[in-house]
Design a protein around this ligand. Structure first.
Ligand code: GTP
Ligand code: MG
Length: 277
C-alpha cells in the first residue's frame, strides 16, 4: 500500500471539515526514541534556541523546557534515548519506571509524543522491536498520541519523505501504521528561518482535533509511584533538617560545656596565682 500523507479533510463527515484542528493555548510535547536519534536537537529546533544539550552530551535524565512559540505556550520534555536490542524483560526496572514517569513531567499529560526517527539510519527489525518494547510500557493508548518525527531531513536529497518510507521496508511501514500515518520531517541543521516548526504545530493541532482535545493520561499506578517518590523526598528532607538541628543543639551544648569548664579552671588558676602573691 503506498504511503500517503494524510491531507486535512480526509475521513471525516463534511460538517466537520470546516474546522479540522484545535489551537490549544498550551501544547505539551514529549520527545522519545532511540539514542542519538536527534531528540534534543529537535527540542531545540522547536524552542527556537539551544535549550537542551545535544551532540556529544547524551541526555541522562528527562528535562523540561517552557517557551512561547507562535503566541502559544509550549512545554517540551526531552528524554534519555532508548538502548536498542533490549527486550522488555531486559530493560532495567529503573529505566522502565523512568520512562513511565517521563510522561508525568508535563501534567496533566502530554498532547503528543514525538517519536524521533533519524532518516540517515535504516529502520531495521531491531529498531522496530526497540520501539515496540518501550511503547508497551506506556500502554496501548500511547499510540493514539504518537507522531513520528523524522530527523536528518537534509539526508533526503532529491527523495521525498514518502519515497523514503516506501523504500525503507516493512518495519518502518509498521511504525507508520501504528502512528496512523502521522509524521513530520525536521532538518535540525537548517540555519535559515523556516516554517518547519509552524507546520509541526499545525500537524499537532490536527491530531489534537482528531483526539477530541484529549491527552495521554498517566495511569494510576504511575501516579502512585510519583506520589511515593515525592513523599520519600519530603521525608528525606525532613530527616536531614531534623538531624542538622540535632547536631546544632549538640554543638551548642558542647561549646557551652567547654566554656563552663574553661571558666571553672580559669577560676582555680586565678585562685592559685592569688595564693602565691
Ligand atoms: N545532519 C543532521 N544531523 C542531525 C539532525 N538532528 C540531529 N543531528 C545530529 O545527531 C546527533 C545526535 O543529536 P542529539 O539531538 O544529541 O540526539 P539525542 O537523540 O538527543 O541523543 P541522546 O540524548 O544521546 O539519546 C548530533 O550530532 C546532531 O547534530 C539533523 O536534522 N540533521
Ligand atoms: Mg539528547
Amino acid at each position: 500500500m503506498p504511503t500517503q500523507k494524510r491531507g486535512r479533510g480526509t475521513g471525516h463527515p463534511a460538517e466537520m471539515r470546516e474546522n479540522e484542528s484545535i489551537t490549544l493555548p498550551e501544547v505539551r510535547l514529549v520527545l522519545i526514541g532511540g539514542r542519538w536519534a536527534g531528540k534534543s536537537s529537535s527540542g531545540n529546533t522547536i524552542l527556537g534556541e539551544e535549550r537542551f544539550e545535544c551532540g556529544r552530551i547524551r541526555t541522562a535524565q528527562s528535562e523540561k523546557r517552557h517557551a512561547v512559540v507562535g503566541g502559544r505556550r509550549l512545554i517540551v520534555v526531552d528524554t534519555p534515548g532508548w538502548r536498542s536490542s533490549l527486550s522488555l524483560t531486559e530493560i532495567p526496572e529503573v529505566d522502565k519506571q523512568q520512562l513511565k514517569l517521563n510522561a508525568s513531567t508535563c501534567m496533566p499529560g502530554p498532547n503528543v509524543f514525538l517519536l524521533v526517527v533519524p532518516i540517515d539510519t535504516a529502520f531495521s527489525a531491531e529498531s522496530r522491536r526497540t520501539v515496540e518494547e518501550h511503547m508497551k510500557l506506556l500502554g496501548e493508548r500511547v499510540w493514539r498520541y504518537t507522531m513520528v518525527l523524522f530527523t536528518c531531513g537534509d539526508f533526503l536529497g532529491e527523495k521525498t519523505i514518502e519515497q523514503h518510507i516506501e523504500s525503507e521496508g516493512d518495519s518502518l511501514k509498521w511504525l507508520m501504521e501504528r502512528c496512523r500515518n502521522r509524521y513530520h520531517v525536521f532538518n535540525n541543521h537548517e540555519q535559515s528561518p523556516s516554517n518547519q516548526v509552524t507546520r509541526l504545530l499545525e500537524e499537532i493541532d490536527e491530531m489534537v482535533w482528531r483526539n477530541n482535545g484529549s491527552y495521554y493520561e498517566v495511569d494510576e499506578q504511575t501516579l502512585d509511584i510519583i506520589k511515593k517518590k515525592q513523599q520519600e523526598v519530603t521525608e528525606r528532607a525532613e530527616e536531614r533538617r531534623r538531624r542538622s538541628e540535632e547536631q546544632s543543639h549538640q554543638m551548642k551544648a558542647l561549646i557551652a560545656g567547654e566554656c563552663h569548664s574553661r571558666a571553672h579552671s580559669n577560676k582555680h588558676f586565678l585562685y592559685y596565682i592569688f595564693q602565691q602573691l
